[in-house]
Design a protein around this ligand. Structure first.
Ligand SMILES: *Cc1c(COP(=O)(O)O)cnc(C)c1O
Length: 380
């Protein structure tokens, strides 16, 4: 093999292939929006809201400024208020907990499952108090949470569910779309997400007409009719340019997801036999029963994670740690008084997880090189 090809750096994530493929269509979007001269909440946003609600098999889609805002507006839309408690996971991007704090409520953490790294439903009930108003599960890495258990707990205690689906667009649990289990489902179109804009963007999906109506007000300064403000609202809108780009990219989402799943399958096939042989002290991601995983990340849990990461870097392979520090131990949350050992599964994951290169354009040869490097690291 040519040495240059062998040593070519494999990034953890790369958008350039996708942009090259869509260059003409995307330039076209830009020109059309410019010539229309309408930039906020017009036909491109409506079309995109309609497509996402269809994809999620729900009645309403409401475009907002970001995934973070989708979570925050959902909480306000569901009536979460200061003094309330919202149950969530400490093993997530901090925006999950921040949305709860921003709503004036208190995030109450529950440790995660060892195999999926998602919130462990068996530990939720013991954290429910008279102040608990909602559960915010996160479908981490694109892997669906155990929604049947979470929905039945929420029903039993009359809690709202706000799904943080930022990493999981297109994923399914028991043949039902992620985002459609909760009172609302929240998506992010941050550029590196499975469906990414060229800037920030978000979407809330819901089947509840009352919540949908409130969200429409909340995103537009509380007004349904311009300059007549019924409630205290915000400015949180998806813009026409981002929506037009997302309309183009959405057509490819399914095939991109299939490619991600094929890469995950290949990683599994290359690594699993070595684990069985006792040669690889790592844990692979799983696709739970009745789940359709969209592999936003392909994440392993590995012994000597930091050394493995450096070794891969030396071999010209990028990898990323999502997340090196759990939310409950972040300085921003010092006031909650959590301490080390409060959530042992989460804390261990923070020390051991590593996300391998994963994006639709990653080639089979590159995936093989990644797997071989992991194998040779542990063979040393
Ligand atoms: C990306 C992400 C968010 C926030 O989305 P933004 O669009 O960046 O505001 C929230 N939760 C999780 C789990 C995410 O990965």
């Amino acid at each position: 093999m040519n040495k240059d090809i062998t040593n070519k750096f494999i990034p953890s994530f790369d958008l350039t292939g996708q942009i090259r493929l869509l260059q003409n269509q995307l330039t076209d979007c830009y020109c059309k929006v410019l010539s229309n001269g309408s930039f906020i909440l017009d036909k491109n946003v409506k079309e995109f809201e309609c497509s996402i609600s269809k994809l999620c098999q729900v009645d309403y889609g409401i475009g907002v400024a970001s995934g973070s805002d989708a979570l925050y507006l959902s909480l306000i839309g569901c009536g979460i208020a200061p003094g309330d408690e919202v149950i969530t996971t400490p093993f997530t991007f901090i925006a999950t907990a921040n949305s709860i704090t921003r709503a004036g409520a208190k995030p109450v953490f529950v440790d995660i499952d060892t195999k999926t790294w998602n919130i462990n439903p068996e530990l939720i009930e013991e954290k429910i108090t008279s102040k608990t108003k909602a559960i915010m599960p996160v479908h981490l890495y694109g892997c669906p949470c155990k929604m049947d258990s979470i929905v039945s707990i929420a029903k039993k205690y009359k809690l709202k569910i706000i799904e943080d689906s930022a990493q999981a667009i297109g994923s399914k649990y028991q043949d039902k779309s992620i985002g459609s289990f909760g009172d609302t489902g929240c998506f992010s179109f941050y550029p590196t997400k499975n469906l990414g804009a060229f800037g920030d963007g978000g979407m809330i999906v819901t089947n509840d007409s009352k919540i949908a109506e409130k969200l429409l007000l909340l995103r537009s300064n509380g007004a349904k009719i311009k300059y007549y403000h019924d409630i205290l609202g915000f400015n949180s809108r998806l813009d026409e340019l981002q929506a037009s780009i997302l309309n183009v990219k959405l057509k490819y989402l399914n095939q991109w997801t299939v490619k991600r799943r094929n890469i995950a399958k290949l990683y599994n096939e290359l690594l699993y036999p070595r684990i069985i042989d006792g040669k690889l002290p790592i844990q692979l991601p799983i696709e739970p029963e009745n789940a359709y995983h969209v592999y936003h990340q392909y994440t392993i849990q590995a012994m000597d994670r930091n050394k493995l990461k450096s070794y891969l870097e030396q071999a010209g392979i990028g990898s990323t740690i999502y997340y090196p520090k759990p939310v409950h131990l972040q300085r921003a949350y010092i006031q909650l008084n959590y301490k080390l050992c409060d959530f042992p599964v989460t804390e261990r994951a923070c020390n051991e997880v590593l996300s391998l290169p994963m994006f639709p354009e990653l080639t089979e040869d590159e995936a093989i090189r990644v797997a071989n490097s992991i194998i040779s690291f542990y063979a040393q």
